[in-house]
Write a new protein. Structure first.
Length: 235
């Protein structure tokens, strides 16, 4: 389990923040009895997937770079970035993790610095990101439509009487329409449930594959074999 100190180091390093949607988070770390800090963490307040440009229809590198200059997708992050990838934002998503060193810091530190990148480049995570983006856009459109429908102008007395008479005459048709709407609602609910299951499966598979790939990268690093994109900043 590694060497221990004669007394624990109890000074704490604490960081606070919030996601773009306003969800607050905090992290606090303490070295404790270890001779050096062995643990690492991830507090990533927003997420995106990355898809290779040839897979997303971006064409060759030069054409993709020209597209970026004209206001297209960009993969630049911080002081660098990788123009071979296109970012796919995932609204309302963030990731938090703690890596326990257990007698050494290398695996924990490498995972903390690289897991988000590895996850972002999983094909199933890109699929999930696209579906999540579609869901967010649809929810936004439905919310906007709902707001407009609730702003119907009030009718005068004569108009109300006419509407009431029409309602009585068309009662049977209205009831039939209600049954039809209920069936359609049930069908939509089933389709939505199926879509949510599909998205959850994609996310679970992407996380599993990212865990495995991160382990493989750590093994390659220990053998002196470089990993593509290792230690690139995410965010």
């Amino acid at each position: 389990m590694g060497n221990l100190l004669g007394a624990p180091v109890t000074e704490k390093e604490t960081h606070l923040g919030s996601t773009p949607e306003g969800l607050p988070y905090g992290v606090s770390s303490m070295q404790g009895w270890r001779i050096h800090m062995e643990d690492a963490h991830i507090c990533q307040p927003f997420l995106y997937a990355e898809e290779r440009r040839e897979e997303s229809g971006g064409g060759d590198g030069d054409a993709s770079k020209k597209g970026d200059e004209k206001g297209g997708n960009t993969t630049k992050r911080g002081g660098g970035g990788d123009d071979r990838y296109v970012k796919i934002p995932i609204p309302g998503h963030s990731l938090y993790a703690v890596y326990d060193g257990h007698g050494g810091s290398f695996a924990a530190d490498y995972s903390g610095r690289n897991f988000c990148r590895v996850l972002a480049r999983q094909k199933k995570f890109a699929q999930y990101a696209k579906m999540a983006g579609e869901e967010a856009a649809r929810a936004k459109a439905e919310a906007a439509a709902s707001g407009k429908s609730s702003e119907k102008p009030a009718q005068d007395g004569e108009g109300d009487e006419t509407a009431d008479a029409g309602d009585r005459e068309d009662g049977g048709a209205a009831a039939a329409a209600a049954v039809s709407d209920k069936k359609k609602g049930n069908s939509d609910a089933l389709a939505e449930a199926k879509r949510q299951r599909e998205m959850l499966t994609l996310l679970e598979d992407a996380l599993r594959d990212a865990f495995v790939e991160t382990d493989r990268e750590i093994l390659r690093e220990l053998r002196g074999m470089p990993n593509e994109g290792a230690n690139e900043p995410y965010g």
